[in-house]
Ligand binder design. Structure first.
Ligand code: PLP
Length: 419
């Protein structure tokens, strides 16, 4: 066997250095008197680009997707006395941190073990009346259905951090009918960049009274905050961006993986939402990503994984949801649910032995993080989410994935399942 350094990252699709420099040069033409005016103009450009790519008509920028959720919930607090936010019991724990930090209780809702869709019929009657909002996390680019939620008065937060480029019959994820959206520009997201985020106000957000009230409270308190970096910090950010962009390439990715202090692939639970205003390098990266989207590669890779996995006993949530990869759903990572914990661990370790970029995704169901116990997380049984957390893997589909990687990955999975 020949030794290879080649190692794929599970997600990640930073803009290339060329795309970053093109975006920077374009934004540089915004002639403004002061640094701050220039940054405000750059942010406006980013807002316009986001609106053009989606059904958004306005964007409020914050330091991260988590902060955007937190700000929405603070606004919601002003117009409701209900105190529960419901969300999928298998999702990004940063969402839970944002809800708890805003002073809400969090109700994890169990999911279908096939489609990973929230099963709202499992919500106990005692909680139904106290729900103020539901977060749809649209994980991996899967579009969570609005249908079971539409009839209720809940505020629907359409989290597009992973699903920004996906859409369904209700519109673009993040701006679907009657919802308020959230977007993030950090690593591994649909707009994969170096930080920052925002609230998306969709064209159809204003039809529902509660959504309208929340938007107006948000507008009252909104002021674009931008971190005007001095030369030294700017240089630091540029170096960091250059480093990350280069190190995510398969020929170098083994290096950051070997550095334990980077905590790559680990889920770290934050106690509070960090408030750091967005800065120029983050704006440039997000703008570059939106401008230079390559919408073709990801669905094609997901389609190939699907074709190659035919006949194997593996659950493919995208297929369970009826996605056909023809373009309306933009996959971020391709999730697979295996038959048992042992099988998952075996497949994961074999795929990673070959540097194929598989990940165990989030390590636990929301119910099981000890950090949230006693902090406002409502205790309720979510057996499917707990099982999924032990059996799920995601396989990569980003721009560095080659057809041979997918062929090899499927052979590895086949061999593990046959053993
Ligand atoms: C679905 C989802 N929503 C929100 C967030 C929070 O975004 P940010 O990292 O910008 O705080 C994440 C982060 O991983 C996420 O995956």
């Amino acid at each position: 066997m020949t030794f290879s350094w080649r190692k794929l990252a599970p997600a990640g699709n930073f803009p290339s250095l060329a795309a970053l420099s093109r975006a920077y040069r374009k934004l540089e033409r915004l002639n403004q008197e002061s640094d701050r005016d220039y940054l405000v103009a750059a942010l406006e450009k980013l807002g316009n680009a986001l609106c053009l790519q989606s059904d958004a008509e306005q964007v409020y920028f914050y330091g991260s997707g988590s902060e955007a959720i937190y700000r929405i919930l603070l606004a919601l607090k002003k117009v409701t006395d209900k105190n529960i936010v419901a969300l999928s019991a298998y999702t990004c724990p940063d969402i839970v941190t944002a809800c708890l930090h805003a002073g809400f209780q969090v109700l994890p809702v169990d999911i279908s073990p096939y489609s990973l869709e929230m099963d709202t019929s499992t919500i106990a009657d005692e909680h139904l009346e106290q729900i103020a909002a539901v977060v749809l996390s649209n994980l991996y680019g899967l579009t969570d259905s609005l249908e079971p939620l539409k009839r209720n008065k809940w505020l629907l937060i359409d989290d597009a951090c992973q699903g920004f480029f996906s859409r369904d019959e209700n519109g673009h994820v993040g701006c679907r009918a009657n919802t308020i959206g959230v977007v993030s520009f950090s690593r591994g997201k649909a707009i994969c960049g170096f930080g920052g985020g925002g609230v998306l106000i969709g064209r159809h957000s204003f039809r529902k009274e509660l959504t309208k009230d929340v938007i107006s409270k948000l507008a009252e308190s909104y002021e674009a905050e931008i971190d005007v970096l001095g030369l030294a910090r700017l240089a630091y950010h540029i170096l960091k961006i250059g480093g990350q962009t280069i190190l995510e390439r398969p020929q170098f990715y083994a290096l950051p993986v070997a550095a334990p202090f980077l905590h790559l692939g680990q889920t770290i639970i934050k106690k509070q939402v960090m408030m750091k205003p967005i800065n120029l390098p983050q704006i440039v990266a997000a703008w570059a990503q939106i401008k230079e989207q390559n919408n073709v590669t990801f669905p094609a890779h997901a389609q190939l994984w699907h074709e190659m996995l035919q006949g194997l006993e593996v659950i493919e949530p995208f297929i369970e949801r009826g996605v056909d990869f023809s373009g309306s759903v933009r996959v971020q990572r391709y999730p697979l649910v295996l038959a048992s914990d042992e099988q998952r661990d075996k497949v994961l370790s074999k795929l990673n032995q070959f540097g194929l970029g598989a990940s165990a995704s989030y390590p636990q169901a929301i119910t099981d993080y000890r950090e949230f116990q006693g902090a406002g997380l409502i205790s309720c049984p979510c057996p499917n989410a707990q099982q999924v957390a032990k059996r799920i893997i995601t396989v990569p589909i980003h721009k560095y994935v080659r057809m041979e990687d997918i062929h090899q990955g499927c052979q590895v999975i086949r061999a593990c399942l046959a053993a």
